[in-house]
Design a protein around this ligand. Structure first.
Ligand code: COA
Length: 166
């Protein structure tokens, strides 16, 4: 596998991020909740980045992108809902369909764990995964997360919660 770079999202990522999200929209929507259609425009993605960076500045969110050696965005990973008093956060990630199966999500989750420790001094991470998302569950288990079944949003689809004490 060629080396990839994981870095914090930047305000000038809008064009590359829109390309990544549009290219993989259908792929992501098979496994995670769909975004609103307004997101898929230059303004929508610019607003999305501004909101994430505002939350980063406020210490409640840490958004990362994964770049291939050519500088193309091939994945995203987030520490979400950072709760400093509780010293906890949720992890989220998505990898381009064309880049899957090469260990990128595993790399991204390990990076999130490392950042949660070294940058944010957190003690607890959680992740929510739909039951059919076998690849995602495998990534979490490989990174040390333990499974805890919970009921789905509306009782129609089953979701699992994973947790990691760090
Ligand atoms: C889930 C996802 C993040 C995995 O990314 P990835 O970079 O392919 O992950 P990795 O390569 O680190 O590991 C995935 C592992 O799951 C395995 N896997 C993937 N799909 C599988 C399936 N349907 N059945 C069994 N194993 C599966 C892969 O073979 C791999 O295992 P291996 O390394 O032992 O071969 C990616 O498919 C994705 O972004 N999906 C859409 C968005 C999403 O689901 N995000 C997570 C929300 S909780």
């Amino acid at each position: 596998m060629k080396p990839v770079k994981i870095r914090t999202l930047q305000s000038n990522d809008a064009e590359a991020l829109l390309t990544f999200e549009l290219d993989n929209r259908e792929w992501f929507e098979r496994y995670i909740d769909a975004r609103g259609s307004a997101f898929y425009s230059a303004q929508g993605v610019t607003d999305h980045i501004a909101a994430y960076l505002s939350d980063f500045a406020a210490g409640t969110w840490h958004p990362f992108v994964i770049e291939d050696p050519n500088g193309k965005i091939v994945g995203r990973a987030n520490l979400k809902g950072i709760d400093m008093p509780e010293r906890s956060a949720e992890v989220g990630y998505r990898i381009a369909q064309s880049a899957c199966g090469r260990g990128l999500a595993t790399l991204a989750v390990r990076h999130l764990i490392q950042e949660a420790q070294s940058h944010w001094n957190l003690k607890q991470l959680v992740a929510n995964v739909y039951a059919g998302n076998i690849g995602s569950a495998k990534v979490l288990k490989r990174c040390g997360f333990l499974i805890e079944p919970v009921s789905g949003h509306d009782g129609t689809e089953h979701e699992y919660r994973f947790g990691l004490s760090i």
